[in-house]
Write a protein that binds this ligand. Structure first.
Ligand code: PEP
Ligand code: MG
Length: 908
């Protein structure tokens, strides 16, 4: 039966049916294999089974898909047989295949690769004869059984400590033979391994290892489809926002061998440095090895370029002579192949106009490219590569801006170790600087325990021999990751870089004992729970806990930020309550303060005493007396803000939180307060009782305080206006904006506006001078959004308090949502945490409506957002579309918001 839909696409020098643009159908790997063939790069021939087949598999099952694709797959294999001059299943000279998964986005959580498929007890003999290398043939066979047994037949460790059941057998045989390395095992040992592996599979799975190559092939193809739905893949999709509906493709390809002796090798190369972004061709390879050897990190890989090799030697403390004799670069060892690889690398980078991450195999002196893709990189590398490719004329400004994921800028702003503290700290081991940043935490050896410890409030460093996709959640909660094995392309290194998390891999001096739960370095034994520090930028492992400091920023970062201003329409302000924060925000490019929460100033120094005196006062006169003490302090605060933001707007919000937040709730605290203020403890207790609310978030807060106690509003308005006049007199350009919080009716705003305007007028009269200022409101209740037109007739600006607006629109308490939101996210009821990324359909629709109504009632009204969403890239894009003037976020998120705003404008 032939299906009207095409599911299988060939790629080879002779016939290529796909291309790079077909990623949705062929997955990233399949589409790029096809593209490489089109570019004339040497790729082992093969074919890709489309993602549509995977969707059919998920929807309708295995038997259905088998019927759909059987003939096309048979044709595909026949074509590969023709090109390679071998037959699949031929015992005399077998064609061997690799089977790899390949979704649209790279997904380490899925089944990855099966190599040497097609081997059985007869074919292994044929292969040995053809290759004239018996050891190679049996080694290929035992690797095949190992991989197939694990990923297709599902043979897993029975205990945490077992680690890998096949490796346990290998270790036993090595011990019996008295050898250390896999490569020391002889042909007979490998034959023994094959027998033992098969017995193990039979004993644990209850089925024989399949001998028919076609059965092997179909088993592998369906295992790839199955793996799309395994737990690890689901977790990865969840963490990376990849839709379930995409499915994965399957790539079936002729095997080439990197383990046919010393003129064979396998490796991974990057067209630029994935850690720093430096424009340096780099990578790693292993002589006489297969691809999984590089990833598994059991042997120390060699560097591709001479320069890379020299740098590696410096870090690994290997001298030049030893390096050249034992770890020479590919450039030195196989100069011709190196030149071919360099040519392919340049061709691919120029073609894709992005940093490429490539896999290759050298079989007896012939280079084969196995894969290319846009490489994962650190945040710092993203910025540097984008800016340098722009300078090199490879991409335009808009592309450069779109190349950097705003959230990843976080990594550039990441802490590094305090330089003094780190000088005093003891380096106990060195590994590869797999992913930069500094991390300090307590040692934990198992990923699930890392999660538990973090839940208990601890900070952890996950220490492992190596990591696997099962460890993903544990890795994501750890401060940093240390592995004893593995190169720069090991699982730990690649995943940590993707997460922007500090990681050191391949620290060979670290001996991990999972059973004893210890890490031994030299003679020193470290227990779980001991403190450890990692510098992911240098690869140094330190004993103990080292304090961290903020990172310095590169010129490339500045260049990228400057570029954002050319394209973005949204302004980016900062939420800052102190002159110091305002300064940081300005340095990061904030063009104003969008929210100064005045209550934060109430806690500083001894002013809390005056605040409490006001709260305890029995009448207005008592409150005014206390407020008079606060006035000069607030005025001073505002003067500092106006000084730092000279020429830029500063939005100051009137007191917002309920008064009980300023009084201690515990007996000891109340006693101290009673002593300090010279009032009886009973009076304090009574006031606390009076101020108690069942739901303070919906209680006596926001403008409701000013309605009850207008004298508070009066004092704050006076402080703002006096500070503004004072700074103006000192030559500063002051742009004050006074903001009334939590308004729900026009009358609330009117009442507060009246107090503010009268106070300002009184100050102007006293001083005999005037000053322009804006008087506006927050929109943070749904009612305010609905009547935004009426409010806009009175208020000169709107600032959306999307934290409260989310709370009140969804009916989710900001304080209590943490208890149930994780369930909601897991069950997909909400796709994102609505307090982090704006709920566009609900809260977002209110914002859009209010902006529209506000603009109608007061054309040109200034509108902004000052909730947490102002620093979330997806929300920023939404606010851009909603036509707001600015977003305001915490100072450290200002660069993220600037980039997100530029991207929103470019994507429009
Ligand atoms: C808001 O509600 O979004 C807001 C900025 O105010 P706060 O977080 O102080 O309530
Ligand atoms: Mg609020």
């Amino acid at each position: 039966m032939s299906s009207p839909v095409k599911y299988v696409y060939a790629f080879s020098a002779a016939l290529t049916e796909g291309e790079a643009a077909m990623k949705n159908l062929l997955g990233g790997k399949g589409a790029n294999l096809a593209e490489m063939c089109r570019l004339g790069i040497t790729v082992p021939p093969g074919f890709t089974i489309s993602t549509e087949a995977c969707t059919e598999f998920t929807d309708k099952g295995q038997a259905h898909v088998f019927e759909l694709i059987r003939d096309e797959v048979a044709q595909g294999v026949a074509r590969v047989e023709g090109e390679m001059g071998k037959r699949f299943g031929d015992p005399a000279d077998p064609l061997l295949l690799s089977v790899r998964s390949g979704a649209r986005a790279s997904m380490p959580g899925m089944m990855d690769t099966i190599l040497n498929l097609g081997l059985n007890d007869e074919a292994v003999v044929g292969l040995a004869r053809k290759a004239n290398n018996e050891r190679f043939a049996w080694d290929s066979y035992r690797r095949f059984i190992q991989m197939y047994g694990d990923v297709v037949m599902g043979l897993k460790p029975v205990s945490k400590e077992e680690h890998d059941p096949f490796e346990v057998i290998i270790d036993m045989v090595k011990e019996k033979r008295g050898v250390k390395l896999d490569t020391d095992l002889g042909t007979d040992d490998l034959k023994e391994l094959v027998q033992r592996f098969k017995s193990l599979i039979r004993a644990r799975i209850g089925r024989d290892f399949p001998t028919d190559p076609w059965e092997q092939l179909w088993g592998a193809v369906f295992a790839v489809f199955e793996s799309w739905n395994n737990d690890r893949a689901k977790v990865y999709r969840e963490l990376n926002d990849i839709p379930q509906s995409w499915g994965t493709a399957v790539n079936v390809q002729a095997m080439v061998f990197g383990n046919l002796g010393d003129s064979s090798a396998t490796g991974v190369a990057f067209s630029r440095d994935a850690g720093t972004g430096e424009d340096l061709f780099n990578g790693e390879f292993l002589i006489n090895a297969q691809g999984e050897d590089v990833v598994a990190g059991v042997r120390t890989p060699q560097q591709i370029s001479r320069l890379g090799s020299q740098r590696w030697a410096q870090l690994a403390l290997v001298n030049e002579e030893e390096r050249r004799s034992q770890f020479p670069s590919l450039e030195e060892l196989m100069p011709d192949i190196y030149q071919q690889l360099l040519k392919a690398e340049t061709l691919l980078e120029n073609h894709f106009r992005d940093m490429q991450d490539m896999e290759f195999t050298i079989q007896e002196g012939k280079l084969w490219m196995l894969q290319t893709r846009n490489g994962k990189r650190t945040g710092a590398a993203m910025v540097r590569i984008a800016v340098e490719m722009l300078k090199q004329g490879m991409i335009d400004e808009k592309t450069a801006l779109l190349r950097v994921a705003p959230e990843r800028l976080n990594e550039l702003l990441h802490p590094v170790f305090d330089t003094h503290a780190v000088k005093a700290a003891k380096v106990i081991a060195r590994g590869l600087p797999a992913s930069p940043g500094a991390a300090t935490g307590q040692i934990v050896f198992f990923a699930d325990e890392a999660e538990e410890w973090v839940k208990q409030g601890k900070v952890v460093i996950l220490v492992r021999l190596e990591t696997s996709p099962e460890d993903l959640r544990g890795m994501s909660v750890a401060q940093g990751i240390l592995t004893a094995r593995g190169g720069m392309t090991s699982h730990a290194a690649v995943v940590a870089r993707g997460m922007g998390k500090c990681c050191i891999s391949g620290a060979g001096a670290v001996h991990v004992d999972y059973k004893a739960r210890t890490m031994t370095i030299g003679d020193t034994v470290y227990q779980e729970g001991d403190w450890l520090s990692l510098d992911g930028s240098t690869g140094e492992v330190f004993e103990g806990r080292i304090p961290t400091v903020e990172a310095g920023l590169s010129g490339d970062f500045g260049a990228l930020m400057a570029l954002t201003d050319k394209y973005k329409r949204l302004h980016v302000r900062a939420n800052a309550d102190t002159p110091d924060d305002a300064k940081v925000a300005r340095n990061f490019g904030a063009t104003g303060i969008g929210l100064c929460r005045t209550e934060h100033m109430f806690f500083a120094g001894d002013r809390i005493l005056a605040v409490r005196e006001m709260i305890l006062a029995n009448d207005e006169a008592g409150r005014r007396k206390a407020l008079a003490k606060l006035l000069p302090m607030q005025r001073g605060d505002f003067e500092g803000m106006f000084r730092e933001m000279n020429g830029l707007p500063v939005t100051i919000r009137l007191l917002d939180p309920p008064l009980h937040e300023f009084i201690p709730h515990d007996e000891a605290g109340q006693r101290t307060m009673a002593n300090e203020m010279g009032v009886p403890l009973g009076k304090i207790k009574m006031r606390v009782e009076e101020l108690h609310e069942f739901n303070p978030m919906m209680g006596h807060r926001g403008c409701r305080l000013g309605i009850s106690y207008p004298e508070i509003t009066e004092m704050q308005a006076r402080a703002v206006i006096e500070a503004a006049l004072n700074m103006k007199a000192r030559g500063f350009e002051v742009k004050a904006e006074i903001m009334v919080p939590l308004v729900g009716t026009v009358r609330e705003f009117d009442a507060q506006a009246k107090v503010i305007r009268q106070t300002a007028a009184a100050v102007f009269a006293e001083r005999g001078e005037q000053l322009e200022y804006l008087l506006g409101t927050m929109i943070e209740t749904p009612r305010a959004a609905v009547i935004a037109d009426s409010i806009a007739r009175q208020a000169e600006f709107f600032s959306f308090g999307t934290n409260d607006l989310t709370q009140m629109t969804l009916g989710f308490s900001r304080d209590d949502a943490g208890k149930f939101l994780p369930d909601y996210l897991r069950k997909g009821i909400y796709e994102h945490d609505p307090f982090r990324s704006i709920d566009q359909k609900g809260v977002g629709a209110l914002v859009e409506m209010a902006v529209r109504k506000g603009q109608q009632a007061r054309p040109g009204i200034e509108t902004g957002v000052c909730g947490e969403h102002g620093g979330d890239p997806a929300s920023v894009e939404f606010f851009h579309g909603a036509g707001l003037d600015y977003v305001s976020c915490s100072p450290f998120r200002v660069p993220i918001a600037r980039l997100a705003a530029a991207q929103a404008a470019i994507r429009e």
